[in-house]
Ligand binder design. Structure first.
Ligand code: HEM
Length: 153
């Protein structure tokens, strides 16, 4: 019997550490860079006329929120598994509409481009946009309404 023809192996890292190493080599998004991104982003959010008041009304103790957001981005980008939270319920009942979400994404994109390599900024912006969309759907579904999405052209 001839040997069965095998497809070439898929380049798939075996471990979380190998995955993270590959992402870091490609994008420069180390834990340190992600932490800098998070801290700079929320410093800007807090100064922002649109977003600042929404966060100020909910968060008085910032260090735990920043630590949680560092863990979140580490989990999203490096698959570190450091984040264990409930993002949908955290956003339920917030007084936000499509303008807030657009502002959040614009400010996040600006901060990413100031803080990360070009490859790193593209990666985190794409993740943020996807998560923002799914969060809006999940929050709206939980509230029984329609998501506050801008019409997509
Ligand atoms: C209009 C846009 C947004 C606003 C106003 C907003 C606001 C907030 C606030 C106020 C909290 C803290 C809730 C609390 O602890 O009481 C929070 C938590 C959080 N947000 Fe957002 N957010 C927005 C968009 C996003 C997006 C796009 C992401 C992800 C890419 C995100 C990820 C998270 C995560 C992971 C938490 C922590 C949830 C937990 O585990 O407690 N948020 N957000």
């Amino acid at each position: 019997m001839p040997e069965p023809a095998h497809a070439p192996p898929i380049a798939r890292p075996d471990t979380a550490a190998a995955f993270a190493a590959e992402v870091i080599a490609r994008t420069g998004l180390t834990e340190e860079v992600l932490a800098r991104l998070v801290h700079r982003f929320y410093a800007r959010v807090r100064q922002d006329a649109v977003l600042g008041p929404v966060f100020a009304a909910r968060i008085t103790d910032w260090p735990p929120h920043l630590a949680r957001m560092c863990a979140f981005w580490s989990s999203v980008v490096l698959m570190s598994g450091r984040y264990h939270g409930a993002p949908v319920s955290a956003h339920q009942g917030l007084p936000v509409d499509a303008d807030h979400v657009a502002r959040w994404l614009a400010l996040f994109g600006e901060t990413a481009r100031d803080t990360c390599t070009a490859e790193g900024a593209v990666l985190v912006e794409e993740k943020a946009q996807r998560i923002a969309r799914s969060l809006q759907f999940a929050v709206a579904a939980a509230a029984g309404g329609a998501p506050a999405l801008r019409p997509q052209g």
